[in-house]
Design a protein around this ligand. Structure first.
Ligand code: AMP
Ligand code: GLY
Length: 425
C-alpha cells in the first residue's frame, strides 16, 4: 500500500515508523513532514490544514490510505473531504472530531450519558462566568477555552483575581483566539493523570497500552503548560482494576454515546484521565493520537498498524488481535530554549547520524529541518528521544544517555521524566 500521513511532528514520525514495519507498506509519504521524517518518507510541502491541497496530493500520488494525525484538520473536516473522494482514511469525520473541537460539547456529552467528569458550567459571557466563580468561591478554579488551543487552553486559577484575569484573557483578549468565545469553568480535581489512546471503529474499542505525559516545561511539574515534555509507558497507576473501571464507565459508554448522537467515532480516541479519590474522571478527550504519547505507545505495539487502520475504516476491528510488548518505553523531549514562549529556529544540531539517529534509541523528530546533510531546529519541541527497555529505569537510562550526545544551542529538556511513574505503588 501507498500511504500518506498528514502532519509533521514527533507523533507523525512515530506513526510512519510503525507503518514502515508492515509488510503491506510499499511507500510512505508525509505532508508536510519534517527533517527527520524526510529520511524515512517522501515529504511534500503541503500544510496539514490545507484540505484541498491534501486531497489533491492524495489523488496525484494515487495513495491507498491517508492517515490524518493532527487535531485541526480533523476538526475542520479533512476526513470527510477524503472520504468523499473514496479514499480510505484513518481518522474521525468532522461530526465526531467535535469531541475534541468543543469542550462544551464533550462536557455536555459526559453529563448526558453519565460519564464521570469534573462538575462544570459553560459561559458565553465573561461577566456571568466571573460572577459564577465568585459565587462558588472554590479555588483553584479551572477555566478552559471551548475550542482547540494547542493543548494550552486551560488556566488553573488559584484565587478570585487570577480567575477573573483568566476569564478576561480568554474571552476578551482572546489569548487562545476564537476558541475562547465560549468557556467552561470546572471543578478542580486531584490525582495522578493517565493517558489512554484507543483504536475504535465506532462499535469496538481497543485501548492501547497506557502512558503518562509530563505537561509542564520544568522539572518538578513547574513552569508553563506545554504540548508535552516527555512520556512513559505503561502508566503504573493504570492497574487492571482501573482499566476495567475505565472500560465499563468511560470507554464503552463514550463510544456508545457518540453513536447514539449520530457522531460515530472512527479513529484514535484519546482519553485524558485522572485517578481521583472518588474514581477515574475524564479530564479531556482528544480525537487523535497524543503527542508525545504516541512516541512511547506505538513502539510497544506488537501488531500490524496497517491492518488496524484498515479495520477501523472498514468497521472490522473486532476481528483483529492487538497485542503489546511486555516492555517499557520512555520519551524525553528536547525543546528549543524559551519554549513554550518565544524561541529561535534554524540552529544547527550535532550528535546525530545522517538519518537523524543515535545508537541505542530512536529519535523521533518533532521540529527539525534537513538541508545539505545537516539537521536544523525548526520548532518548539525539537526531538523526542525514545528508548524501550525491560524496565522503565532501563528505558529512561538509554534515553538520557542519548540526549547527552545531541547538541544544539540552548537545548532544554526535563531531567525528571518518569520520576513519578518510578515512585508509584
Ligand atoms: P486539558 O487540556 O483539558 O487536558 O488540560 C490540561 C491540563 O490541565 C491537564 O492535563 C490537567 O493537568 C489540568 N486540568 C485540566 N482540567 C483539570 C481539572 N478539572 N482539575 C485539575 N486539573 C485539571
Ligand atoms: N500530549 C497531550 C496531547 O497530545 O494532547
Amino acid at each position: 500500500m501507498k500511504i500518506l500521513v498528514v502532519g509533521g511532528g514527533g507523533r507523525e514520525h512515530a506513526i510512519i515508523m510503525k507503518l514502515a514495519e508492515s509488510p503491506r507498506t510499499e511507500k510512505l509519504y508525509c505532508a508536510p513532514g519534517n527533517g527527520g521524517i524526510s529520511r524515512y518518507a517522501e515529504c511534500f510541502d503541503v500544510k496539514a490544514t490545507d484540505i484541498d491541497g491534501i486531497v489533491a496530493l492524495a489523488k496525484k500520488l494515487a495513495v491507498d490510505m491517508v492517515v490524518v494525525a493532527p487535531d485541526d484538520p480533523l476538526v475542520m473536516g479533512m476526513v470527510d473531504a477524503l472520504n468523499a473522494e473514496g479514499i480510505m482514511t484513518f481518522g474521525p469525520d468532522k461530526a465526531a472530531a467535535i469531541i475534541e473541537g468543543s469542550k462544551a460539547f464533550s462536557k455536555d456529552l459526559m453529563k448526558k450519558y453519565g460519564i464521570p467528569t469534573a462538575a462544570y458550567e459553560t459561559f458565553t459571557n465573561a461577566g456571568e462566568a466571573i460572577a459564577y466563580i465568585k459565587k462558588q468561591g472554590k479555588y483553584p478554579a479551572v477555566v478552559k477555552a471551548d475550542g482547540l488551543a494547542l493543548g494550552k487552553g486551560v488556566i488553573i486559577a488559584q484565587n478570585e483575581q487570577e480567575a477573573e484575569e483568566a476569564v478576561r484573557s480568554i474571552m476578551e483578549d482572546k489569548i487562545f483566539g476564537e476558541s475562547g468565545s465560549k468557556l467552561v469553568v470546572e471543578e478542580f480535581l486531584t490525582g495522578p493523570e493517565m493517558s489512554v489512546l484507543s483504536f475504535t471503529d465506532g462499535n469496538t474499542v481497543v485501548p492501547m497500552i497506557s502512558s503518562m505525559d509530563h505537561k509542564r516545561a520544568l522539572d518538578g511539574d513547574q513552569g508553563l503548560n506545554t504540548g508535552g515534555m516527555g512520556t512513559v509507558a505503561p502508566n503504573p497507576f493504570y492497574t487492571e482494576a482501573v482499566a476495567k473501571e475505565c472500560m465499563d464507565k468511560i470507554f464503552l459508554p463514550t463510544i456508545k454515546a457518540m453513536k447514539a448522537e449520530g457522531r460515530t467515532f472512527k479513529g484514535c480516541l484519546y482519553f485524558g484521565l485522572m485517578l481521583t479519590p472518588d474514581g477515574v474522571n475524564v479530564i479531556e478527550y482528544n480525537c487523535r493520537f497524543g503527542d508525545p504519547e504516541t512516541q512511547v505507545v506505538l513502539p510497544l505495539l506488537d501488531a500490524d498498524l496497517v491492518d488496524i487502520f484498515e479495520a477501523v475504516y472498514k468497521g472490522t476491528l473486532s476481528d483483529i488481535d492487538i497485542k503489546w510488548k511486555k516492555q517499557s518505553c520512555a520519551c524525553v523531549v528536547m525543546a528549543s530554549g524559551g519554549y513554550p514562549k518565544k524561541y529561535p529556529t534554524g540552529l544547527e544540531m550535532s550528535g546525530m547520524d545522517d538519518k537523524g539517529q543515535v545508537d541505542g534509541v530512536f529519535v523521533y523528530h518533532a521540529g527539525t529541518k534537513y538541508a545539505d546533510g545537516k539537521f536544523l531546529t525548526a520548532g518548539g519541541r525539537v526531538l523526542g528521544v525514545t528508548a524501550t527497555g525491560d524496565t522503565l529505569q532501563a528505558a529512561l537510562d538509554k534515553s538520557y544517555e542519548a540526549v547527552k550526545k545531541i547538541n544544539f544551542e540552548n537545548a532544554h529538556y526535563r531531567t525528571d521524566i518518569g520520576k513519578r511513574a518510578l515512585s508509584a505503588k
